[in-house]
Design a binder for this molecule. Sequence first.
Ligand SMILES: Nc1ncnc2c1ncn2[C@@H]1O[C@H](COP(=O)(O)OP(=O)(O)OP(=O)(O)O)[C@@H](O)[C@H]1O
Ligand SMILES: [Mg+2]
Length: 378
Amino acid sequence: MSIDRLIDQSHVVVCCGTGGVGKTTTSAVLALAAARRGRNAVVVTIDPAKRLADTLGLEELGDTAREIARDRWDPSGIAPPAGRLSALMLDTRATFDGLVHKHAESPEQAERILANRFYRNIAGALSGTQEYMAMEKLHELHDEGGFDIIVVDTPPTRHALDFLDAPARLTRLLDNRIFRLLMVPSRRSLRLASLAVQTFLRTVAKVIGSEVIDDIVAFFRAFEGMEQGFRERAVNVLELLAAPTTAFVLVTSPRRDAVGEAEFFAERLRESELSVDALIVNRVHPDFGVQSTPFELRARAREIGRREIAVGETEASARLALRYENLADYVSLAQHERDELARAGDRIGAGVVTFVPSLAHDVFDIAALDAVGRHLVG
Ligand SMILES: Nc1ncnc2c1ncn2[C@@H]1O[C@H](COP(=O)(O)OP(=O)(O)OP(=O)(O)O)[C@@H](O)[C@H]1O
Ligand SMILES: [Mg+2]
């Protein structure tokens, strides 16, 4: 397996990893490469800094997929005609509102939910909502987007795996007893329990204010009838994530803590019977443009030193010898880093381990995406 094959064959590619390692950059690079290889690609990014929009040359990225003009991503006009590139930025709030509109039983129900104060407060802020909405968006694009490949960037969560739990967490909330009781407050058999719940709510109301409680109750009631849909989509998303055409690309930096997180993440995936298809180690030391081994470089340094003594050459060769020593140190550091990371790749069980060196500058345009891409894709 190679990254090339991965983007040729996958329908969904999830780029995950801990904060700041290069998930957003990698997602864009992979979608761009897929488009260049003739696939209709979309990248779903979670990038409130809007850096990706700038990189792709868009004024802004919205909640729905926008196609990027071909001359931008394929200036030399060599990509196959079928290749297309679209991008969207996840807007948790807009996605949630869209879901309510789409799945409410009536426009009135949708309005009731959207106007609810509790909803307005939680829609963007509830922990896990962002991860959950990323999964909902994936579901939507998969269902009706018509894309060959969907590359999903994941949010910069403290725990790289929160998004995996998000659908289950929502299902758990929907299965929560109090929630269920609030949904069917009038059923006779539940009246007793309902009373208990009401007592509970009255106690809570003393602390957080009864208005808040009224909002919450109204919110849950307004949701009545919709929870089944949420549950079903949560199941579908988990199935989609487990499908053989879904690939997980784990991005890490060479830093020990990031690698540790990556290993932990892979372990969690394994528990969910998923696996890491590729490990991308971003921002490693470059190979310094030399083919020689550190041993050869040191031998060269010694040779220059000997020549200096033999023919009494100037200080310049002493400095040159030092440079060779220095280069030998760097090359050996870079090699050591890669060996170490390759072993981490084995432990993670990644089918492919690829290295991307630190560029001299930030990734801020298509050319820079290409510079990263050259290390990933043939
Ligand atoms: N190989 C590289 N060389 C130089 N700069 C890089 C490289 N890869 C990424 N960057 C830069 O590092 C920063 C973080 O990258 P990116 O936003 O892709 O990470 P992220 O994992 O999505 O972060 P977050 O977890 O905050 O969403 C960006 O400024 C990006 O331009
Ligand atoms: Mg990001």
